[in-house]
Ligand binder design. Sequence first.
Ligand code: MRU
Length: 349
Amino acid sequence: MTLMVNTMNNMMNAVGYDRVRAVQWHGDRLRLLDQRCLPQQERWIDCHQVEQVAQAICQLAVRGAPAIGIAAAWGVVLAAQRGAPLELSLKQLRATRPTAVNLVWSLERMKARMAIADDVASLEREAQAIQEEDLMANRHMGYLGAELIETHADVLTHCNTGSLATAGFGTALGVIRAGVAAGRIERVYVTETRPWQQGARLTMYELICDGMAPTLVADSAAAYLMQSGKVQWVIVGADRIAGNGDTANKIGTYALAIAARYHGVKFMVVAPSSTVDMDTASGDDIEVECRNPDELLSVAGQRMVVRSAQAWNPVFDVTPASLIHAIVTERGVIEHPSLPAMRTMFACT
Ligand code: MRU
């Protein structure tokens, strides 16, 4: 009984940490917190047309796999409200970013709703359900993931997987929030996440808003951090988890997983079931988005590299399931992921 009350209190505390809502539906427009401007500026974009939502996804004003899916669902509602051709709108939204399967999952769900009833109110209810379910999934995953972590652990996270990247609370960052609230996690290290700096700009912002004291490290410092024995867990999100458990996530995740295995550090992937793609057999079949090399050649809009230089800018990589200690979803935890274990949990996904 005492244990249950403590767990409830911890969850309440963890929920209290979580204040940012980056994707907001206002009845006739979608308000997005422009993540390109954070933390210097809290600028909001009002999308009145589906094209504006598609543009916001392409340009990373809204980013993070679940948030992209949620924004796209609201994009479909805007298209229906404005009388735009729905099939074309779905196509436009689908073409924005290739790696995060939450986008396709969400559009498929809206399409299935349209097949039953394509009136605006019905589509609005579906988009609302997608958003609310994501928040509930995150809170549950936070609890499940935190349970895996021994007390007094220090952890490393990569990219931004928090409220900004989801409907709220976050995936990997949700586990960290729940783990800190439960007194299991002491120190949180955050990689800066070159080139777009999701860790430095967004995760640091979220955790500091929560009143925590996270420590930023350069991406290139992560292996040394592990070698120094400073972290027991690496906790990351995912953009697509293939049928065998191979996981696409922010570029640099694979390198972290290799370093973690070498140094005996555990590696946790946290993602809702909407990130699981049982139709993709393995990581080899995941399309990795390559973005404009200018994102790498410049820092904060200022050119850093000699003119005429070329760059290769893949923004995701694939971590083999064999390097993952646990995949945490709202349906449960899979330790040492494999095709049979994934099939058992996600046969209906
Ligand atoms: O390019 P981004 O910022 O959209 O990439 C985000 C990530 O890779 C996240 O780790 C992933 O989407 C999970 S967010 C809960």
